[in-house]
Design a binder for this molecule. Structure first.
Ligand SMILES: [Zn+2]
Length: 519
């Protein structure tokens, strides 16, 4: 951290010197023609992140900053790249990422940069490193290819304060202890607080506990992001909870990986958006992020919110209302790894059980495994969402794109979420225009995070950029091959340094720690 701060101020000082040149540039292009840029990318279609129509031009970089945008045919640079009329966009920002898993072991972050992503925000779903100051110091000492910011996770605080005695609401004293730790993380630069209210131990918290912590964010200009208390059975209550938090704590709130994950919720995207729009009219700064798949990935136990794991009626309800026996695929089931890649119906047939009984059995075996080894993985991928809802939620003006994925994860979103937007939703189904899609992956994401000077191709902004071919860009990751890297992403720069070029990382690590902007 102490090493980071002087470097950070030095960067601001340098940026101000160069900004004088931007000012001259605005008045007359010739004023800066003696400048020799570090790099010019010529002849590209510039999608600047604002959502405005793309335009043909050149972009110059000096050091870590975008120095000029426009016709730079007479400008000089140490190095010049012919962009061949490909698309140049701001580097994509993943507002809900788990790519910190294994990041220090593989700092080139191939799964991330091969999608054009240059910034990841971790500490999601209530789970973060503690204290964040240490994590930020580690990142500054062992930099990685991409920029990293983090939220402070409620579940992590709850774990530290309540330990094994977590199946209850917290006492006022325990809430105060969590508040102290949250403030410490905010002082270190956390973007805000994340909750994972569908998971242990957060599921046992009351609204008052979450609200007290959210209120502590306000003086810090912090934000509240939430994996809602329910994405299926109690969805409407959960939406009410996050709106109430936004209203009472007076902080920006964001719904993480927005979805309607239950049969009876299908077709209700308009109703959900109507509620969010009404809240915004009421001055509540609510937004959402979303990933482009009809299936999610989590621990199988999340299907039982009452944790009534042996209730056969509940199992039947889950398999008709929340997902189906064909729709559940085991991805990392520790008690019986041979289940991995198979559906619940296949496994039930093999074991000669009904799907309901099989679901109860897999959870029971997981609990036994937990008792023996502790923390056994029960990862599944489950289909619960409908495509028309995904498109409606994604098109909402305040919804930005996220992956919710990780580099080693078994859901294809970790390697393909952003390129899937460009291939499936822009090129194939035309649900989004390319300008709109890029806006939702860059400038809107930065706005929803409160991050300045990233997410646009604009003089003075950091040079995080991606050069790609809109005609061929494609996600290749699937449930069967979740870590296949994407095609069509040509080159990626982070803070002016190239980190990816034609299917390979460059093994350079220019990523910075992104700390919360002060009010
Ligand atoms: Zn989540």
């Amino acid at each position: 951290m102490y090493r980071l701060i002087p470097a950070f101020f030095f960067a601001i000082y340098q940026r101000q010197i160069r900004n004088c040149c931007f000012l001259f540039s605005a008045l007359s292009l010739s004023a800066c023609q003696t400048t020799e840029y570090d790099l010019i990318i010529r002849q590209v279609m510039i999608y600047d992140g604002s959502g405005s129509p793309a335009f043909r031009g050149d972009v110059a970089i000096s050091d870590d900053t975008i120095a000029a945008v426009g016709d730079l045919s007479r400008a000089k640079a140490h190095s010049i790249i012919d962009g061949n009329n490909l698309a140049l966009a701001p580097g994509f920002i993943d507002t809900h990422s788990h790519h910190d898993r294994g990041l220090f072991e593989a700092p080139d972050a191939l799964a991330v940069v091969s999608q054009g992503v240059t910034t990841i925000i971790v500490g999601q779903d209530g789970s973060s490193y503690y204290p964040l100051k240490k994590f930020f110091e580690h990142l500054a000492d062992s930099p990685v290819a991409v920029n990293v910011g983090s939220y402070c996770g409620h579940n992590s605080l709850r774990d530290l304060v309540m330990g094994k005695d977590f199946k209850r609401t917290a006492t006022p004293d325990e809430i105060r202890k969590m508040e102290v730790m949250l403030r410490e993380d905010l002082e270190a630069g956390a973007l805000g607080l994340s909750t994972g209210l569908e998971y242990d131990p957060g599921i046992y918290s009351g609204r008052d506990e979450v609200l007290a912590l959210a209120k502590a964010l306000q003086p810090f200009n912090g934000r509240y992001v939430s994996h809602l208390r329910s994405e299926d059975r109690y969805f409407w209550d959960a939406v009410d909870e996050i709106i109430t938090i936004g209203r009472s704590a007076k902080v920006p709130v964001q719904i993480s990986h927005f979805k309607l994950a239950m049969r009876s919720l299908w077709g209700k995207a308009d109703s959900a958006l109507h509620i969010l729009d009404a809240a915004r009219r009421d001055d509540i700064n609510i937004s959402a992020d979303i990933y482009p798949y009809p299936y999610w990935s989590s621990d199988v136990r999340v299907l039982f919110p009452a944790r009534n794991f042996s209730d056969e009626k509940e199992a039947a309800f889950i398999l008709t209302e929340v997902t189906t026996a064909d729709g559940i695929i085991f991805s990392d089931y520790e008690p019986a790894p041979d289940y991995n890649g198979k559906s619940l119906s296949e496994v039930a047939r093999l074991e000669n059980l009904s799907p309901e009984k099989m679901l109860i059995k897999v959870v029971k075996e997981l609990e036994v495994c937990d008792e023996k080894k502790g923390n056994c993985s029960g990862s599944i991928v489950a289909t619960s969402m409908r495509e028309d809802d995904i498109v409606k939620l994604m098109k909402w003006g305040l919804a930005n794109i996220c992956s919710d994925g990780s580099s080693t994860g078994l859901h294809p979103r970790g390697s393909g979420a952003f390129t899937r937007i460009l291939s499936n939703y822009v090129r194939e189904t035309r649900a989004l225009s390319l300008e709109e899609a890029i806006h939702k992956m860059t400038a809107l994401s930065a706005e929803n995070l409160g991050i300045n000077e990233r997410g646009q191709i604009k003089p003075g902004f950091f040079a995080d950029m991606v050069l790609f071919d809109p005609a061929t860009v494609k996600d290749n990751a699937t449930i069967a091959n979740p870590q296949a890297i994407s095609s069509g992403i040509k080159r990626v720069w982070v803070n002016g340094v190239e980190v990816f070029n034609t299917n390979s990382t460059t093994k350079r690590y220019p990523g910075r720690v992104l700390l919360r902007s002060t009010p």
